[in-house]
Design a protein around this ligand. Structure first.
Ligand code: G6P
Length: 364
């Protein structure tokens, strides 16, 4: 993509709409249908090394950290390797135990975020193997890591990350599939995930087609005192990222919680002026999530659900197309980008340059 606005008023809007092509690009040339495997030329991790990985630790900041949460779940689900994500700054300040059997992955749009780069350098000093999942080719993190996956989102100008977030999540799905097929993911499951990945661009276009509806919802919720975002397991990183996005661009206060934690404190905040956005994929946790909606309704909370079918308990539902359950977080985040965008627009915010924020933080 170019820096030309192409008829969009803001880069954020342009970049949200570029996701259809961007996702197509991160997949292009990387899938081998004969064996249902993935080719990642720059990974620099052979099959023997991949089999020796006992744990995966993903590090990043802001939206990159949130894609790391999605990445960790994908790696656990598809490759059955214990995996987790941590903010890069927390990791480097706590003098972590650096384990030779752990694969470390630094994730960054710019490849220049100081905290993430410093974490990579500390890991390298201690002899760890570190890969990068990075957008900007040839950036500092891309150079200092042992190999990795480029996310090919194209230039992202808006401070708030959208297309790069989505493409990074897809890049993690490819990496998870690659590691899975080297370990014990079946050909059939590989095929199923590949078919799901290929459906994404068309399904993203479908979600974006609902923009007018989301704009109306944004107008309805824009005057909230605060917003709660909840989800369970696959829905939780989506809730976290949506909450961050809303805060960054609209300055509406928002909190994200695992849905099951609501009753351990935040339920006290629920009232009509504090609506909840609930992310409810049609997976084995749907019934539990519906029970959470009932708890919120019982406290007169308003609910906006993002789900695969209309939710009775919710005041409004944004219905997203079904894909493979493992890939749900990728698609479910997209309507919530539009919700943040239209909330900010309704409130007259400076969308591409929110106050107090920088696109990349290259100082400590
Ligand atoms: C800044 C930006 C965030 C971004 C974070 C990490 O704080 O405002 O939107 O997620 O840096 O940036 P990176 O380039 O490392 O992904």
């Amino acid at each position: 993509e170019s820096y030309d606005m192409g008829g969009h008023d803001t880069y954020m809007h342009k970049e949200i709409h570029e996701q259809v092509d961007a996702v197509d690009r991160v997949l292009r040339g990387r899938i081998d249908d004969r064996f249902s495997t993935v080719r990642l030329g720059g990974l620099n991790l052979d099959a023997r090394e991949a089999r020796g990985v006992r744990r995966v630790k993903i590090l990043g900041c802001g939206s990159a950290y949130h894609t790391g949460l999605i990445g960790a779940q994908l790696i656990e689900e598809l490759a059955r390797i214990p995996a987790d994500a941590e903010p890069a700054s927390e990791f480097r300040y706590r003098n972590p135990v650096v384990d030779p059997d752990t694969l470390y992955i630094a994730v960054s749009q710019s490849g220049e975020t100081y905290d993430t780069l410093a974490a990579v350098q500390e890991l390298k000093r201690k002899g760890a193997r570190v890969l990068g999942v990075v957008n900007v080719v040839g950036s500092a993190i891309a150079r200092e890591t042992d190999g990795g996956v480029y996310v090919h989102a194209g230039p992202e100008v808006c401070v708030v990350s959208t297309k790069c977030f989505t493409n990074t999540a897809v890049a993690f799905a490819l990496l998870a599939l690659h590691l899975g097929r080297i370990r014990d993911l079946s050909v059939a499951d590989g095929k199923r995930i590949i078919a799901g990945l290929r459906k994404l661009p068309e399904q993203i276009a479908e979600v974006l087609g609902g923009e007018e509806e989301i704009k109306k919802l944004a107008a309805e919720y824009a005057n909230a005192k605060s917003m709660m975002f909840v989800g369970r397991v696959r829905g939780y990183p989506v809730a976290r990222e949506a909450s961050l996005k809303l805060k960054e661009v609209s300055y509406v206060h928002a909190e994200a919680y695992p849905a099951s934690e609501l009753k351990h404190g935040p339920l006290a905040l629920i009232e009509p002026e504090v609506p909840t956005v609930a992310v409810l994929p049609d997976d084995d946790l749907l019934e539990k999530n519906r029970a959470t909606l009932e708890e919120i309704k019982a406290r007169s909370g308003r609910i906006l659900a993002v789900a695969h079918r209309e939710q009775e308990k919710a005041d409004h539902t944004i219905v997203v197309p079904r894909n493979e359950v493992e890939l749900d977080p990728i698609l479910m985040g997209i309507p919530l980008q539009l919700l943040a965008y239209h909330t900010a627009l309704a409130l007259g915010r400076d969308i591409d340059k929110p106050r107090n924020l920088a696109k990349s933080v290259t100082v400590e």
